[in-house]
Write a protein that binds this ligand. Sequence first.
Ligand SMILES: [Zn+2]
Ligand SMILES: [Zn+2]
Length: 229
Amino acid sequence: MSETIEEYCEAIYNLTADGEGPVKSVHLADRMGVAAATVFATIQRMQKSGLVMVDPHSHHIKLTETGEGIALKLARRHSLLERFLLDHLGLRWDEVHAEACEMEHVLSTGVEEALNRYLGYPATCPHGNVIPGNGHVCPGDSRPLDQVEPGHRVKIVRVSEEGEHQAGLLRYLFQQGLVPGVHLEVKEKWTFDETITLVNNEQNEISLGRKTAHALWVSEETSEPAPEK
Ligand SMILES: [Zn+2]
Ligand SMILES: [Zn+2]
């Protein structure tokens, strides 16, 4: 199978996982950076090979079981490679995604399994996305940061799958220290220009545009931290 087809399976899977509604070819054209006609031709080929189903009326694209199997395999290899590149080779948090995207296609099943064992069957990639097959699920109460109201405290859970594909966004988040595990308070939401003001644990204010906030999935901290004794 060609790398391109594998990347399409991965893209459809990620777009579905981010819960932005049904996947259409415009989304894929956008994501893959190619013309709509190219997407159309590729999707037709994938349909013939039994990797996707296209609804004849709505034109929504869905992976078949075979297509999803390929996407899951790639997602697993991708995330394991990211962990290895960051934790063991010392590449930066915002660099590992692009590198892993190249390497994921050449890994064999044997190497994938050995790598998983070597890394101790990690739960998530460095950007917080759950590694399929390692027995973990994403916390069900997490949602994009732009949907949280002012006054709430949150913890960063993950960068959306689509967010991971934007090198500039990852670089920006890394520079601002906005990585999984970090606690923030939503201070203000400005409707006129759709920015959101956050306060981190060091009491620094950070302003994010709506698009950036939308790529950060957070879970709300329900209770106040217990007072120190
Ligand atoms: Zn990829
Ligand atoms: Zn990642």
